[in-house]
Design a protein around this ligand. Structure first.
Ligand SMILES: C[C@@](CO)(OP(=O)(O)O)[C@H](O)COP(=O)(O)OP(=O)(O)OC[C@H]1O[C@@H](n2ccc(N)nc2=O)[C@H](O)[C@@H]1O
Ligand SMILES: Nc1ncnc2c1ncn2[C@@H]1O[C@H](COP(=O)(O)OP(=O)(O)O)[C@@H](O)[C@H]1O
Length: 321
C-alpha cells in the first residue's frame, strides 16, 4: 500500500514592535532582564512546511541573499527542536521549509523568531501532533526570547528575557509606518552597546509599562504616542547615528511619534489613522532617509495556518529611497 503524504501547510506569522522596552541588568546567563510591551503587526512572513525527501530551507523575499539556509536558520532549528520534543527518530526530519519573507532581516522586528514560531505551528499540523500552543511556547522559548510572542501575537507584556507573556488589552487598531534601513543591526551588539553606554554614564531609562497599558486600553493613539519608549534606542542610534535623521523625518512627515523597533534599525512611526499612515509613508519614502517604507497595523493574531485562506494582504512597498 502507498503511504499517504500529508499536504503542505502554510502559516502566516506577524512581525513585532516593542511599544515599551525596559532593559534591566545583565544576568549571569548573558541575557538582560526585560520588561516589554510587544505589539504584533500586519507586516508578515509566510512559512510553508512540507514532507519531502530533500530536507532543507528555501528563502524568498526580504533578505533572501543574507538569511542562512542551513542549520543556523531559526526555522530549521525549530524543526529539530520540535522533532526532539515529540521523540521523532534521531535521523534528520524529512521536511522542506519555504520562507516567504516580508519582515526585514536583523531589523528589530523578530523576523527569524517569527519563522521559528510559524514552523512550530506548521509542523504541529503537518505531523498531526496533539500539542497545545502553551506546550509549543515551551519549545519556542528555547529557540529565542522573542519566539513565544510570535505564537500568540496580539499585544502582550513580556518579562524574564522576554519569553514570559501576559496578554494586554488593546481596544483599538493602531496604524504604523515602518522605515527599513539599508543594513541590519546585530541584537547582541546593540545590547552590548547599551551596557557600554551605561558603564560610561547613565543614559535615561524608560519608566514603568503601566501608562502604556492604560493608553492601549483607552485606544487613543495621541496618548500612546507620548508614552512609546525603548531603552535600546540610544544604543541603536549610537551604532547607527543616521537613525536620528530617520526618526526626525517621520515626525516631520506627520507621524504622532517615532521609535526604534527593538534592537533596530527599523523605525516605527505611530500615525493617527490609516489615511495618515499612507500620507506619512509617501512623504518618508521621498525623504531619502531609509531603504524602503511599509504601512502596517496592529495588533494582529499570532502564527496561524492559512491553507485555503485568501491571498495574503502583505503591506506593499510605498517607494524606495
Ligand atoms: C531586542 C528584542 C526585543 O524584543 O528583539 P529584536 O529587536 O532583536 O527583534 C529581543 O529581546 C531579542 O530577542 P531575540 O532576538 O529572540 O534574542 P535571543 O536570540 O534570545 O538572544 C540573542 C542575544 O541578544 C541578547 N539578549 C537577548 C534577549 C535579552 N533579554 N537579553 C539579551 O541580552 C543576548 O546577547 C543574546 O545572546
Ligand atoms: N529565518 C530567519 N530569518 C531571518 N534571519 C534569520 C533566520 N534564521 C536565522 N537568521 C539570522 O538571525 C539574525 C537576526 O534576524 P532577525 O530575527 O530577522 O532580526 P532581529 O533579531 O533583529 O529581530 C539574522 O542576521 C540572520 O543571520
Amino acid at each position: 500500500m502507498l503511504a499517504v503524504v500529508p499536504p503542505p501547510v502554510t502559516v502566516r506569522v506577524p512581525s513585532k514592535i516593542n511599544l515599551h522596552l525596559s532593559v534591566g541588568d545583565l544576568r549571569k546567563d548573558g541575557f538582560h532582564e526585560l520588561n516589554t510591551v510587544f505589539h504584533a503587526l500586519s507586516l508578515t512572513d509566510e512559512v510553508t512546511v512540507a514532507a519531502a525527501e530533500d530536507s532543507g530551507v528555501e528563502v524568498y523575499g526580504e533578505g533572501e541573499d543574507v538569511v542562512p539556509t542551513g542549520a543556523n536558520n531559526l526555522a530549521w532549528r525549530a524543526v529539530q527542536a520540535l522533532a526532539a520534543y515529540c521523540d521523532k527518530p534521531a535521523e534528520e526530519p524529512k521536511v522542506r521549509v519555504v520562507l516567504r519573507k516580508g519582515i526585514p532581516v536583523a531589523g528589530g522586528m523578530a523576523g527569524g523568531s517569527a519563522d521559528a514560531a510559524a514552523t512550530l505551528v506548521g509542523l504541529a499540523a503537518l505531523w498531526r501532533l496533539d500539542i497545545t500552543r502553551d506546550e509549543l511556547a515551551g519549545v519556542a522559548a528555547k529557540l529565542g526570547s522573542d519566539v513565544p510572542f510570535a505564537l500568540y501575537g496580539g499585544t502582550a507584556l513580556g518579562t524574564g528575557r522576554g519569553e514570559q507573556l501576559v496578554p494586554v488589552l488593546s481596544r483599538h487598531t493602531f496604524h504604523w509606518v515602518l522605515a527599513f534601513d539599508h543594513k541590519g543591526l546585530s541584537t547582541p551588539r546593540v545590547f552590548g552597546e547599551l551596557d557600554r553606554l551605561r558603564e560610561a554614564g547613565d543614559p535615561p531609562r524608560v519608566g514603568s509599562h503601566a501608562p502604556v497599558v492604560e493608553a492601549l486600553a483607552s485606544g487613543d493613539p495621541n496618548q500612546l504616542a507620548l508614552l512609546l519608549g525603548n531603552d535600546l534606542q540610544a544604543a541603536a542610534v549610537s551604532l547607527r547615528p543616521g537613525l536620528r535623521r530617520t526618526l526626525r523625518a517621520g515626525v516631520n512627515a506627520g507621524a504622532l511619534a517615532g521609535i526604534v523597533s527593538g534592537s533596530g534599525p527599523t523605525c516605527a512611526f505611530l500615525c493617527m489613522d490609516g489615511q495618515a499612515a499612507l500620507s506619512v509613508a509617501a512623504e518618508l519614502a521621498g525623504a531619502g532617509v531609509c531603504r524602503t517604507v511599509r504601512v502596517a497595523h496592529g495588533p494582529v493574531p499570532g502564527a496561524r495556518v492559512v491553507n485555503g485562506d485568501e491571498p495574503p494582504r502583505s503591506p506593499r512597498p510605498i517607494g524606495t529611497a
